[in-house]
Design a protein around this ligand. Structure first.
Ligand code: ME8
Length: 524
């Protein structure tokens, strides 16, 4: 594996729904990390995509009077458009109906079959079509799905089985070994208890094929059997990077294992139990980490389309702009935990953090540069600095380390907070040193230049660290400072060294980055 390779994935989303705040949440978080890792010089591969097989999709297509493929082809553009709107920089987009995927799935089955991990048997039991999940008799009450509450279907068919039950000990060893090495496989660590308890309670073999419908990847050795959709879906993480394609063997070597699978906590067992067992059976390495974040809650309930409590990403982006959208979800909801979202808190964050703190700082500063210095950045100051100068500068100097620790812990909120410490200090600095007073007499012209330089430099650095979360406005701030394209930065630590704003750079005032939203606009 390439040392700098950074392979990051989101779940592949079901095409029975269009993108919503939940799927956008995981995708935006993954995008912020991918962008940051590109800025730390990593060779990033950021994958997302669509889960297009299974009974649920076949049923949705049927209801719409389309073939399953036509149905998938009609939904896929909705995801592509949404991710473009949210400025998602995925490097690849996999659809499980693609040839590269189907070939990989079949190669995988053949490998497991040859290694003796599969057998034919008879399955009888309860299945939830919306969740595409089998449940044991003791998990269900009145034939209702323990997760979504919908009616279960009784399934009775001949299936192929994967000997999942043989992997319990290896999985427990994996969780333990990784924890001891300080690189837990399941994060946040609080979630691993649930998984460990489940594995300890004993694993049952898993039915991995279906014969009652055809919409899936055919097993290479079982007449009329198609792959159980969850197994099909999990394999996307390796088929996308060339598993099963001899011509892509080096790409696969370079990329696997993945650094992170970002998922919601609803699908943790598939990713932390079934997936690593499948990989162990195939003699493949297990990913570095599955990170299972919490649920977004609206009015205390899990947001979902069926409950009618979901805003759409498009409606919020239209109202707040894409950067504010991304900022809100990563700043206000602690990644890893459930978090309530509301229009009120979004307006508050927008007006407080973005319009007041960050937007105002830029406006005031660029205006003063125009007014007092003819719109040209001063040269790097020489001479003695004051305590206020030192405080500001040392905050800027400490930001890269604080930000890196926060991102390594996937604490987007803490990374943004650290950036805001600098932004707030820059605002305080302006208030304390009052450039408008220094501008009154020629005697303090040097001091005025120093003060504006220090603040411009802080803004230049703050924009760098805002960029993974707020790519548009950060790029705009750099443009207004006549700097290069912020998205080309591949060494954020060097770029953030103090004193690199070239004196004489033209500084443009521009329009407010985040125009205030007023109360009467709130219910619009
Ligand atoms: O499960 N809060 O796809 P899916 C936060 N195809 N995140 C949420 C959320 C909420 N309220 N609702 C959904 C599938 N999500 C399978 C995945 S992967 C091999 C196959 C996010 O379309 C979260 O990431 O139902 C969750 O795990 C995912 O959407 C489920 O997406």
């Amino acid at each position: 594996m390439n040392e700098r390779s950074f392979y990051l994935t989101t779940p592949i989303y079901y095409v029975n729904s269009v993108p919503h705040l939940g799927t956008a949440y995981t995708t935006v978080a993954a995008d912020a990390l991918a962008r940051y890792r590109r800025m730390t010089g990593h060779d990033v591969l950021f994958l997302t995509g669509l889960d297009e097989h299974g009974q649920k999709v076949a049923q949705a297509a049927d209801e719409a009077g389309m073939s399953p493929q036509e149905w998938c082809d009609s939904i896929a553009p909705r995801f592509l458009e949404a991710w473009e709107m949210l400025r998602i920089t995925n490097d690849d987009f996999i659809r499980t109906t693609e040839e590269r995927h189907k070939r990989g799935v079949q190669a995988f089955w053949q490998a497991l079959h040859d290694a003796g991990h599969l057998y034919q048997g008879h399955y009888e039991g309860w299945y939830c079509v919306p969740c595409e999940t089998y449940y044991a008799e003791d998990q269900i009450g009145d034939h209702e799905c323990p997760v979504c509450g919908r009616e279960l279907e009784f399934i009775r068919e001949d299936n192929w089985f994967f000997k999942l039950s043989e992997f319990g000990d290896s999985l427990l060893e994996l969780y333990d070994a990784r924890a001891v090495e300080g690189r837990p496989f399941i994060r946040p660590e609080t979630r691993s208890n649930e998984v460990v308890a489940f594995v300890r309670s004993g694993l049952k073999d898993l039915s991995i094929s279906r014969t009652t419908f055809e919409w899936g990847v055919p097993l290479p050795f079982g007449d009329g059997h198609v792959t159980y959709v969850w197994i099909d879906a999990l394999l996307n993480y390796i088929t996308a990077i060339g598993y099963g394609d001899p011509e892509k063997a080096t790409d696969f070597e370079r990329r696997w294992p993945a650094q992170y699978h970002f998922v919601g906590k609803d699908i943790i067992r598939f990713h932390c139990v079934i997936w690593p067992a499948m990989l162990l059976a195939a003699g493949l390495e297990v990913p570095e980490c599955v990170y299972a974040h919490g649920f977004l809650l609206a009015k205390g309930e899990k947001m979902s389309k069926s409950k009618g409590n979901a805003q759409t990403p498009a409606s919020l982006v239209q109202r707040f702009g894409v950067d504010a959208y991304r900022y809100y979800f990563l700043r206000d909801v602690r990644f890893g935990e459930d978090g309530s979202i509301s229009m009120e808190s979004m307006v508050q964050r927008y007006n407080g953090d973005l319009a007041n703190d960050w937007g105002n700082l830029c406006s005031r500063l660029f205006n003063m540069t125009e007014k007092y210095l003819g719109g040209l950045a001063p040269t790097s100051p020489r001479g003695l600095s004051t305590e206020a100068d030192d405080t500001l500068r040392s905050l800027a100097l400490s930001l890269p380390d604080k930000y890196e620790s926060a991102m390594a812990a996937l604490d987007f909120g803490a990374a943004l907070e650290a950036t805001w410490d600098l932004i707030k200090e820059a605002n305080r600095y302006i208030e304390t040193v009052a450039p408008w007073n220094l501008a009154k007499t020629e005697e303090t012209a040097d001091r005025l230049a120093t003060v504006l330089y220090n603040t411009l430099e802080s803004v230049r650095i703050a924009a760098l660290f805002c960029a993974p979360v707020m790519p548009e406005t950060s790029a705009e701030v750099w443009r207004r400072l006549s700097l290069g394209d912020i998205h080309q930065v591949t060494d954020i630590v060097s770029a953030a060294r103090w004193g690199q704003l070239p004196g004489g750079n033209r500084v443009f005032k521009g329009e407010p980055l985040f125009p205030r939203i007023y109360e009467d606009q709130q219910d619009a």
